[in-house]
Design a protein around this ligand. Structure first.
Ligand code: AMP
Ligand code: AMP
Length: 361
């Protein structure tokens, strides 16, 4: 287990004038790198061989660390190299998806912007449920076994998989048939089926809320919102119902992009209330609690109630819709501001105040 004291000591020894903002080349890396550059930092892109060509098309990366596979990030020589470059790691969805929060907690020595323990809370459905219930925010009903299904449900799988292999079922029979189809299509594995996350399906409009908690100013900021664009569920509505029935089409939820959302202004008090509650509960489950970006994934019902079905404790890819501005960052800052830049701004300010240790674990 990597101790916070060890990480803080590492950072004390860093050359604060030569910090490299570092992340894996995928997910929201362009957002993070652009933010780092806007705030005057050097950047490092850790990249799976072959994927660097995309990043080379933008003037954002100062150094590349190319790996044959991303899990090699845990190798001693790679970690030593990153430490020697005063790297500060900004975690995003690919850290959980390709490396795994347990391995990050156990054997990744680099300082991480944010609370590394919460990455594990994010990765386990039961832990997320416990957190959200402790926070007292509205959540969908959860089912521990498929034979408990008594209403329309959505089945999901651990770790950020971008909606891949999710399916709907309103009974055990339908569950078994669809699980089998997903296996045959190669969208899920036998292992995934050992840990299905079955939730009541909430009918309404999905809204993903992007927050930033600043430990330096002890302020919770709402920076924007998005919704996902998913294949095939977003294509189904283009097909008349009769044809859908004839073709026996099932909804799938693989994310391929995102849209920005501007919320009805009267929803904002709920948005801040949910954010504050989840932030407060995070301090009880994993002190010092949330640091920097987090996202509440919600469905807005027809009664304009936001139901929280998931939480992410780091930058989410949906923030990429606002590289530049969202209406809310414009209202707050009056200059280009977005999640990647907000992260870098907080780090810059912390270095200035000699408080970098309040941002990392
Ligand atoms: P990729 O860089 O596309 O390989 O994605 C890395 C990880 O982030 C995968 O687990 C994806 O499912 C997830 N991911 C990428 N883009 C998005 C997005 N727009 N929304 C949600 N998850 C995403
Ligand atoms: P996620 O990967 O958890 O962010 O979910 C991906 C997709 O599943 C999105 O289209 C969500 O709207 C949908 N979804 C997830 N959970 C629920 C739920 N409990 N009720 C309705 N839709 C959901």
């Amino acid at each position: 287990m990597i101790l916070r004291e060890t990480v803080l000591k590492t950072v004390e020894e860093y050359d604060a004038k030569n910090i490299h903002i570092t992340t894996i080349g995928s997910h929201s890396a362009l957002n993070i790198f652009k933010g780092a550059k806007d705030e005057g930092f050097q950047t490092i892109c850790i990249c799976e061989r072959g994927r660097e060509t995309v990043y080379q098309r933008f003037p954002l990366v100062d150094r590349y660390i190319i790996l044959d596979k991303l899990s090699n990030l845990l190798d001693d020589d790679i970690q030593r190299r990153l430490l020697s470059l005063n790297s500060l790691i900004i975690p995003h969805g690919s850290f959980n998806a390709y490396i795994g929060s347990e391995r990050i907690e156990e054997s990744f020595n680099l300082p991480i912007f944010g609370n590394r323990a919460l990455l594990t809370w994010e990765s386990h459905r039961e832990m997320q449920d416990k957190w959200l219930k402790l926070a007292g925010v509205p959540v969908p009903k959860t089912y521990s076994k498929p034979d408990e299904i008594d209403t329309l449900t959505i089945t999901k799988f651990p770790r950020a998989k971008g909606g891949r292999g999710y399916f709907l079922a309103n009974s055990l029979d339908v569950y078994e048939r669809k699980a089998d189809e997903m296996l045959k299509k190669g969208l899920i594995s036998e292992d995934d089926l050992k840990e299905p996350q079955i939730q009541e399906y909430i009918t309404g409009a999905p809204v993903y809320l992007h927050y930033f908690y600043s430990p330096l100013s002890n302020r919770l900021e709402f920076l924007g919102a998005d919704r996902r664009y998913e294949s095939n569920v977003d294509g189904l509505s283009r097909i008349p119902a009769a044809d859908q029935l004839e073709a026996k089409l099932d909804a799938t939820f693989t994310v391929m992009g995102n849209f920005m959302i501007v919320l009805r202004e009267s929803l904002l008090s709920q948005v801040y209330d949910l954010g504050e509650k989840v932030l407060e509960a995070s301090r009880r489950i994993a002190p010092p609690g949330l640091i920097g970006p987090f996202c509440l994934e919600t469905i807005c019902t027809e009664n304009l109630k936001l139901i929280v079905f998931e939480i992410s404790c780091r930058i989410v890819a949906g923030c990429n819709v606002a590289i530049g501005y969202s209406p809310y960052t414009y209202l707050l800052y009056g200059e280009p501001m977005y999640m990647g830049r907000r992260i870098a701004r907080e780090i810059k300010e912390a270095i200035h105040q000699g408080k970098l240790n309040s941002l990392i674990t």
